[in-house]
Design a protein around this ligand. Structure first.
Ligand SMILES: [Zn+2]
Length: 72
C-alpha cells in the first residue's frame, strides 16, 4: 500500500488540520493551499482539547527534549 503520497498516519493533511514541528515544536495549521501558517492563540486552545493532537504534541516535545539533552 505504498503509493508515494501517503502522509503521516496514513492520510494526507487537509485544510484546517493542525501540525506540530517535530524539530522545534512550533504549532501550525494547514491553510487552504496546504501551506503551514502559525496557529492563533484560539486555535491552539481548540487543538489542545483533541486527544490525538495532545499525543502528537507530547511526542514532539519528548523528541525535542531527548535531542536537546544529548547536546548538553
Ligand atoms: Zn520547526
Amino acid at each position: 500500500m505504498l503509493d508515494g503520497i501517503t502522509g503521516v498516519g496514513g492520510r494526507m493533511p487537509k485544510p484546517g488540520d493542525g501540525s506540530i514541528c517535530s524539530y522545534c515544536g512550533a504549532e501550525n495549521v494547514f491553510d487552504e493551499h496546504l501551506s503551514l501558517r502559525p496557529m492563533t492563540k484560539k486555535e491552539r486552545k481548540m487543538f489542545a482539547r483533541k486527544p490525538e493532537y495532545q499525543i502528537m504534541r507530547d511526542v514532539a516535545r519528548i523528541g525535542i527534549k531527548q535531542r536537546t539533552a544529548k547536546l548538553n
